[in-house]
Design a protein around this ligand. Structure first.
Ligand SMILES: NC(=O)c1ccc[n+]([C@@H]2O[C@H](COP(=O)([O-])OP(=O)(O)OC[C@H]3O[C@@H](n4cnc5c(N)ncnc54)[C@H](O)[C@@H]3O)[C@@H](O)[C@H]2O)c1
Ligand SMILES: [Zn+2]
Length: 348
């Protein structure tokens, strides 16, 4: 299911040669068109006709209008049920391309070739596809697995450093929730660059895949992937509404700091472990200024989180480095304390 491509993309060519497709549609955004498509096309060996579908880059494009345009283009180009969609891009492309493919004519086959660190280690794996609706992220979507995920770490050479760091937050999370060795390996990295991160990519992809495999529909263990995301999502939304455009991974790093401290306050990990985790995350990520956010706004967002049930805020918290428990309902006092702890650390 997950394959790290070699330099001549032989595994992808083998995959294509073993199957018959009526046409191949490659979905790209402007950036992956420029940086990744020439590499893919230069290595692709197939007799099947190829069409390129391009959308503008960015989360703003992950909506029903773009999906509709793609369905229309597929129809105009007479894509039938034997067509293959190749999603070549970051999480926006793999989410939206997966959604369009899994709904067009009740579903055509698709493969993901993720090109950002976040999509390689996270978004392309797990079978969640979707688009945003109004201001709500991933409101409409499907559970649909790609036929294969082909990762080519050299695509990261052109990825902006900020985007690379954003994906690194999810890798750190994978180590913290499920694999202490992965965490230990990652925190030894002095500089975050594509070459340094490459040896750990497969490990991180496998952790996500294994967690998802155990709980496809997020009834239990898959919830552990939400560590750092409860507070992280609330802050991400507040930053968006005030025009402070932070990346998802930056919000997750912030959320992991708060939720590591919360894990300590709830008696799940030692103070020493929580401080070690926080110190390491803070080495890579700048603090976000949350001093202007009202506590009631943060709590209102926390209460609205998709993961909640029965009007209670559900957290996934650490009960060790490399171990995570889900459905943890914390006291309001401890949540407040963790936010204040972050504010104090950040020094804003
Ligand atoms: N389905 C899931 O389980 C899941 C999990 C996590 C995140 N997501 C989704 O993923 C999305 C975020 O993904 P993302 O961070 O990859 O964003 P993205 O797809 O917007 O990519 C970030 C930017 O990098 C550019 N880019 C991509 N590859 C490049 C390359 N190799 N070189 C240069 N530029 C490149 C893109 O054009 C874009 O401007 C969100 O929509 C989020 O909801 C989904
Ligand atoms: Zn995330």
């Amino acid at each position: 299911m997950i394959t790290i491509l070699d330099q001549d993309f032989s595994q992808l060519n083998q995959f294509l040669s073993e199957r018959t497709f009526s046409k191949i549609f490659i979905l790209v955004d402007e950036n992956t068109h420029e940086y990744c498509l020439p590499i893919l096309l230069g290595n692709l060996e197939t007799e099947t006709a190829i069409e390129i579908l391009e959308v503008e880059p960015g989360e703003e494009m992950k909506n029903i209008q773009t999906a509709n345009q793609l369905w229309e283009i597929l129809t105009e180009m007479q894509a039938d049920r034997k067509a293959l969609m190749i999603n070549l891009g970051g999480g926006v492309i793999t989410d939206m391309g997966g959604f369009v493919a899994s709904t067009y004519k009740r579903g055509i086959q698709f493969i993901n070739i993720p090109t950002t660190l976040l999509s390689i280690c996270d978004a392309s794996i797990g079978g969640k596809t979707g688009i945003d609706l109004m201001n709500y992220k991933n409101m409409v979507g499907t559970f649909a697995f790609p036929e294969q995920i082909f990762a080519y770490p050299r695509f990261l050479d052109t990825l902006p450093a900020k985007e690379l760091k954003s994906g690194f937050a999810e890798m750190l999370k994978h180590g913290l929730i499920a694999d202490k060795k992965h965490w230990d390996d990652l925190i030894l990295l002095q500089h975050l660059d594509a070459v340094g991160i490459e040896p750990y990519i497969k490990q991180s992809m496998e952790i996500k895949q294994e967690v998802v495999h155990g709980d496809f529909h997020e009834k239990n263990v898959r919830k552990t992937l939400n560590f750092g995301h409860t507070i992280g999502h609330a802050i991400e939304s507040l930053c968006l509404s005030t025009g402070n455009l932070i990346l998802h991974g930056e919000a997750v790093a912030m959320g992991m700091i708060c939720e590591a401290h919360l894990s300590y306050l709830e008696g799940l990990i030692s103070e020493e472990d929580s401080e070690l985790i926080i110190e390491q995350i803070a080495r890579y990520f700048c603090y976000i200024d949350i001093t202007d956010f009202k506590e009631e706004d943060i709590f209102s967002l926390l209460l609205n989180d998709k993961k909640n049930a029965d009007a209670k805020i559900n957290f996934s918290l650490l009960n060790g480095i490399g171990s995570c428990v889900f459905d943890q309902q914390c006291t309001t006092e401890n949540i407040q304390k963790s936010l204040n702890y972050y504010k104090k650390l950040s020094g804003f």
